[in-house]
Design a protein around this ligand. Structure first.
Ligand SMILES: *Cc1c(COP(=O)(O)O)cnc(C)c1O
Length: 296
């Protein structure tokens, strides 16, 4: 398997309709470039969990996710690299045909264990799965250790260069890490990819060093809910690729870039803002689409 190449991260300047007229500089932090499958923020969120598991002498990592989960595939890969065993507890009954994500995770050595959606919602640990040598990681890597790893993303750009930092938000772990290592004057904007996820604000705050630190969470760009897409989003992602050369994914970064374009149009960013958009990866999830839906 290809190794993770942190050195491949770039910062790409882009423009969106109206950005230049308003003297808004837009840059994209390309975390998607570190690995073709384990792209983006998941490796950062996992790194200290893995370190802790190794430190504690654990042999096996157990975590949770759905059929197209970036977290599942990243965990499988990270464990393989570190010589750990991995078990994925997967939401829903085992399908006749496994998703590309689960096939890849399995190929990397992850044992897949399917549980009902109800048990999954309650995060029921299946019988026999609470062994001493197992180390558990929350779904999506949520938690302080994950936020600590995500905070190291900021080592890959010059903080002083940006007034605004925007990212897609699932569990909020990455955003919390970015805020924790941000500068006092910086503004943070998270684009929630779930419909009406009202618990998110508290979930992020509980990971912050300063719980009163202001940030914006926007809930209007979910396109119907988690992993939901429509023609407008696909059209935007293709157009964005043509314009910038940057591929995005349907679950997170497509919605982030769409939101950024809308926010520029609505003058959300004051003139002279220097905005950094975090490309948090996730491109492997596009394999759930019909071929030729996306032009990249
Ligand atoms: C998981 C993921 C996110 C969300 O990260 P959280 O820390 O859960 O908010 C954003 N983008 C991509 C591509 C992801 O895979």
């Amino acid at each position: 398997m290809e190794v993770i190449s942190i050195g491949k991260i770039t910062i790409d300047k882009i423009s969106l309709p109206g950005s230049e007229e308003n003297n808004i500089s837009l840059s994209v932090l390309r975390l998607d470039k570190i690995h073709p499958v384990v792209s983006g923020n998941k490796w950062f969120k996992l790194r200290y969990y893995i370190d802790e598991a190794l430190f504690l002498g654990k042999k096996t990592i157990v975590t949770f996710g759905g059929a197209w989960s970036n977290h599942i595939i990243a965990t499988a890969a990270a464990c393989k690299m570190q010589g750990l065993s991995s078990i994925g507890i997967i939401r829903g009954e085992k399908p006749a045909i496994l998703s590309a994500t689960l096939l890849d995770a399995n190929r990397m050595g992850m044992t897949l264990h399917f549980i009902s959606r109800k048990d999954y919602t309650e995060k029921t640990i299946p019988p026999g799965f609470s062994k001493e040598e197992y180390y558990f990681i929350n779904e999506g890597g949520y938690g302080k250790t994950g936020a600590g790893g995500a905070a190291t993303i900021t080592q890959h750009f010059k903080q002083e260069d940006y007034t605004h930092i925007c990212c897609a938000v699932g569990t909020g772990t990455m955003m919390a890490g970015l805020i924790n290592s941000g500068l006092p004057h910086q503004k943070f904007t998270g684009i929630s990819v779930m419909k009406n996820n009202t618990a998110l604000d508290a979930a992020i705050r509980s990971l912050l060093h300063d719980r009163n630190r202001p940030f914006d969470l926007l809930h209007d760009y979910h396109f119907g809910g988690y992993a939901k897409t429509n023609v407008a989003l696909i059209h935007f992602m293709n157009e964005f690729y043509t314009r910038s050369g940057i591929p995005s994914d349907i679950v997170y970064t497509g919605k982030l870039f769409y939101a950024a374009a809308d926010l520029v149009r609505k003058n959300y960013f004051p003139p002279a803002s220097r905005v950094l958009l975090i490309h948090s990866g996730g491109l492997q999830g596009n394999a759930s689409l019909h071929k030729n839906t996306l032009i990249f």
